[in-house]
Write a new protein. Structure first.
Lengths: 420, 160
């Protein structure tokens, strides 16, 4: 694959994605690791920030930093405006009806915990059932397990095929009169599978069951429209979509958020406090106790602006090309097995090499400057399903190139030579 | 050649492919399991003590090359030794891999095990190398399961 071919890829809309120009926006991509150019293929764990996001962060701290929603002074107003503008930007990105449906949290993990505490503890009780899928990240398993333990509720698990696709008939069969909640991931972090969440949500809604979608791996890579999906809750992490760590989002339908109990108590989430009683603030503030990660939230707004500037459908189309090329090349290698071969996948390639532990793969590739994830990807039930202790995972972003896929393939060959 | 390559080439070409003392010990009177939840390394160690002397030792499990090679070399080096001598090696190995023992200048009893000094180039892999040693220590105390995380974190212990 020539560099020129790699640089200009015709996207679905006929526009070309100038990857080399985009890469220049990411300072970290030009560094070396272990004397080799960095090939960063761990985007499902965390992605990198382009200059406009870094500059927004810096500008916030050098010109307007102050606390939000407090005080009458100018800086506080500027900080509040920037923070609320970020909320509005994210509302548009997700196509939520109202910006008060956008709650700033630390990340998808906190978003799910918020729903478990605010909705689950209020509306799920003894004997009730919660449906999850076998491919959930631990963040969408453990909070529900904690709730079940506390309330005497039960988890029901949607199984998957050998390709890593959720079995829809089995999903339907899990519903009964005790079903109270569904929590599923839109894209599997370990396998890359894209789940048909819109249809799954519709099925649950026909039975009056609300649905939380874990969008941590979907929002960075595809157009998300929460009204079209009709999900009740949607969780995402900013640092996986070119934003800073420390800011993520919970989207929730306003009527549900209004019915829910607060998550944490403190400042900003109240209207009036006496020692006898507290009157809670309106949404979204009811769920944003204490000083939020202001700079991170504003940075996430800038990241969304950046992604919108490229266009999510163009990003998705380009990443599909990366995936197809990587899957073709890696699956053609003898002794390499790809885990997760669903028909609809995001640009994630989980693999194992015969006779080599994934940790050793990770170490050898790291010496070549290639950053991948090796381990269970916080999805141990997925590893158990495929009878592996761990996998190596290459996860791509729009700033990766086809040439980098070639570097990865050469790296895998080096691992095999070393262990042959 | 970098320490990383030297370590990999020496341990992989030999102990990863042909681990010594691999399997279970039928007459074991001490055993322990070691688990590294970060990478999924799991080893089972069984030994036979004659008084305070290790006259039999075997390991098995699923682990990365570094953990396997470390297990293999450990079993070979402690066989025939007393608990006290083995405990000294455990301490020295731990000190070496966490950078507290300079094997080139300080006195030690590690012999061929010094190949693992290169692990300090790979901080994320130190626990892989220490796991079998930590498990051996636990087998002396009683049968049980040890983990590389939490209160039982060998790296944390040694930095304390």
């Amino acid at each position: 694959m020539s560099t020129t071919q790699a640089l200009c890829v015709a996207a679905a809309d006929g526009m070309e994605l100038d990857v080399m120009r985009l890469r220049a926006d990411f300072p970290i991509l030009s560094r070396e690791v272990n004397g080799k150019p960095l090939v960063y293929l761990d985007n499902a764990a965390s992605s990198h920030m382009p200059r406009p996001v870094i500059e927004t962060w810096e500008q916030y701290y050098t010109t307007i930093h102050s606390n939000v929603h407090r005080g009458v002074h100018t800086l506080s107003q500027l900080a509040t405006d920037a923070f609320e503008n970020a909320r509005e930007t994210i509302r548009g990105f997700l196509n939520a009806r109202e910006s008060r449906e956008i709650i700033f949290v630390r990340g998808a993990t906190e978003a799910i915990n918020l729903v478990m505490h605010g909705y689950g503890r209020a509306f799920i009780g003894a004997g009730d059932e919660i449906i999850l899928s076998v491919m959930e990240h631990h963040a969408n398993i453990v909070p529900w397990q904690m709730l079940c333990k506390e309330k005497g509720a039960k988890l029901r698990i949607i199984p998957m095929s050998d390709a890593g696709e959720l079995l829809q008939d089995e999903y339907h069969a899990l519903f009964n009169e005790h079903t109270r909640f569904v929590a599923i991931t839109q894209v599997s972090n370990a396998l890359g599978t894209i789940n048909p969440v819109k249809e799954m949500i519709a099925y649950a809604h026909e039975r009056g069951v609300p649905v939380l979608v874990d969008g941590a791996q979907a929002a960075p890579h595809a157009v998300v429209d929460v009204q079209d999906l009709d999900c009740d809750f949607y969780a995402l992490s900013g640092h996986k979509m070119c934003g800073p760590t420390g800011a993520g989002v919970l989207y929730g339908k306003a009527d549900l958020l209004n019915k829910m109990q607060p998550f944490q108590g403190g400042g900003d989430m109240i209207l009036h406090v006496t020692f006898e009683e507290t009157i809670y603030n309106e949404i979204p503030y009811k769920f944003e106790a204490g000083t939020p990660a202001i700079a991170s939230a504003i940075g996430l707004g800038a990241a969304v602006d950046y992604l919108n500037g490229i266009g999510m459908s163009r990003i998705a189309a380009y990443e599909q090309r990366l995936l197809a090329y990587a899957a073709d090349r890696i699956s053609a290698m003898p002794g390499v097995r790809i885990i997760g071969t669903a028909k609809h996948k995001a640009a994630v390639v989980s693999f194992t090499i015969d006779g080599v532990h994934p940790h050793d793969i990770g170490t050898v590739l790291d010496q070549e400057g290639i950053a991948i994830r090796a381990g269970h990807h916080c999805a141990q039930p997925v590893m158990q399903r495929f009878c592996v202790a761990a996998t190596a995972r290459a996860s791509f972003a729009f700033y990766n190139t086809l040439d980098e896929v070639d570097v990865l393939v050469d790296g895998i060959r080096k691992v095999q030579e070393m262990f042959s | 050649m970098s320490a990383y390559k030297e370590l990999y080439q020496q341990v992989i070409l030999d102990h990863n492919k042909k681990p010594r003392n691999y399997g279970d010990l039928s007459d074991a009177n001490r055993q322990a399991d070691g688990f590294n939840p970060l990478c999924g390394d799991r080893i089972h160690l069984s030994l036979h003590l004659d008084g305070d002397r290790i006259d039999g030792i075997a390991f098995q499990g699923e682990s990365c090359a570094i953990c396997k090679a470390s297990s293999s070399m450990m079993t070979a080096s402690v066989k025939g030794k007393t608990i006290e001598e083995a405990e000294m090696l455990i301490q020295e190995f731990r000190d070496m891999t966490t950078g507290k023992l300079d094997t080139e200048h300080a006195e030690h009893h590690l012999g061929k095990l010094t190949v693992f000094s290169g692990i300090s180039d790979l901080p994320s892999r130190v626990k892989c190398a220490i796991l079998p040693w930590h498990t051996l220590h636990s087998a002396f105390a009683a049968s049980g399961t040890v983990s590389t995380e939490g209160d039982a974190d060998p790296v944390k212990d040694s930095n304390a």
